[in-house]
Structure formats: C-alpha cells, structure tokens
Design a protein around this ligand. Structure first.
Ligand SMILES: [Zn+2]
Length: 234
C-alpha cells in the first residue's frame, strides 16, 4: 500500500499495489467478482468503509464531477471526483495514468483525478480545481500528491498524436528517433499555472512500467490499482 499526505492524520489517501490484485470495475462478471473481492480486501486492510466509496467511471476525458452522500456509487462519464462531505471516499483506478490526489485542509475538501495524457490535455485538472473552488475551496491552500504513473523513460507516443501536445513541447523528449512524454511535467505545469503552490505538490517518482510492484497497462495489458482519498468520519 502506498500512502500520501502523511502530514494530515485526519485524511486517508492510499493506493493499492500489484500484490493486492486488480481493482478495476469491469462489465465481465467473472473478472468483476474477482476484482470486487480484491477491492473489499484492500478497503478492509486500509480501514475504509467500502459502502462509502464512490468511483469515477473513467473515460479518459476532461470531465470532473462533484459527489454527495446518497448519489450513485459509480459516476459514469467522468475521470475526476470532488466533495466536501465527510465520510465519502473518492476513488479511481490506474495503471500508467497518474492518480492525482487533492486536499484543501482549511476547507476540508477532497478530490481525485485520473490523469492520463488525454484527460490531462482535456483539462481534467483545471475542471477539478474549478469544482474545488465551487465547493468553497482555496487553490492556494491546496495540497496535491501525484502517485506513480508511467514516466518519460517509458511513455512513448506516436507521431500522429504529437499535435495533441501543442503548447507542451518542452515535455516531449526525442531519443533514437522515438518520442517520449513527461506527463507529470505537464500535470505539474498545469497545477502551478492554476495557482497551486509548488511547495504543496508531492510526487511519488516511481514509474509504473519500471516498477514490478505496480501494474502497468503498457507492460502487462491487464490489472489496475485503486487510488482512494477520504476524510475519516469523526
Ligand atoms: Zn519507466
């Protein structure tokens, strides 16, 4: 298990590892039965009430939704969730895409974003920050943690998608005729431009492709880790 924001004991921000099994929410019943068991075991281990977990449906887009008690537990058509209600745990699954945990400790607002390259260039972070502001949050007070994702060592892109990165050319590395993207560089730049303080951004530098303890879609093609954030109920 990987923990973030250890300076805030009231907060739980954790991510599973490969040994915990795949956590992805899928249609296939047999796969889902197994993944659901993995999730239940992980939530039990991390002392998270699985009935309080809300999950983003994940479409590799820029949409971000605000979540409240009583709503549906799987929110389709979105890659990011935010809430100011205590006792709600927000979750996504990742395997190479960067899990972005957000916490405003002054106003008790949490959010989580699934930031692959498509969502990142599709402004999933900006839209999540906008929702945090809508909930009364302060971007200046915001703490952000970037979990493990595929790093520039392994995030190769083809020429046909290069135009999608216009404005982010400084994060495209060329090596031996191939092109690689520094996705966390783009994410960090976007956060700083939006007003997040650099000192409030923490980064787990592990590359999912390099690290065998983590699932990597590009390396394994199967398996996802769950990333969860929530304020512990009093
Ligand atoms: Zn790597």
């Amino acid at each position: 298990m990987i923990r973030f924001f250890s300076q805030f004991p009231e907060l739980k921000a954790v991510m599973s590892e490969k040994q915990d099994g795949s956590m992805k929410i899928v249609e296939d019943k047999d796969v889902w039965d197994r993944n659901r068991e993995n999730r239940e075991a992980f939530f039990e281990k991390t002392v998270i009430d699985s009935g309080s977990v809300f999950s983003a449906g994940l479409v590799h887009g820029g949409n971000s939704e605000i979540v409240s008690h009583g709503g549906r537990k799987v929110i389709s058509g979105t890659d990011a969730l935010a809430t100011k209600e205590k006792g709600i745990f927000l979750s996504i699954t990742v395997a190479d895409c960067v899990p972005v945990f957000l916490f405003d400790p002054i106003n008790s607002i949490i959010a989580i974003a699934h930031a692959g390259w498509k969502g990142t260039v599709g402004n999933v972070l900006e839209n999540t920050l906008e929702n945090i502001s809508k909930l009364g949050g302060s971007i200046e007070e915001l703490h952000v943690a970037l979990g493990p994702g595929i790093d520039v060592c392994h995030f190769e892109i083809r020429k046909d998608v290069l135009k999608e990165f216009s404005g982010h050319e400084e994060f495209i590395m060329k090596k031996e005729g191939k092109m690689f993207v520094d996705l966390k560089g783009i994410i960090t730049k976007k956060l700083l431009l939006a007003g997040v303080a650099g000192r409030n951004i923490e980064n787990d530098p592990a590359c999912t492709y390099c690290n065998e303890n983590l699932f990597s879609y590009r390396r394994d093609r199967v398996g996802s880790m769950v990333a969860v954030i929530g304020i512990m109920p009093e």
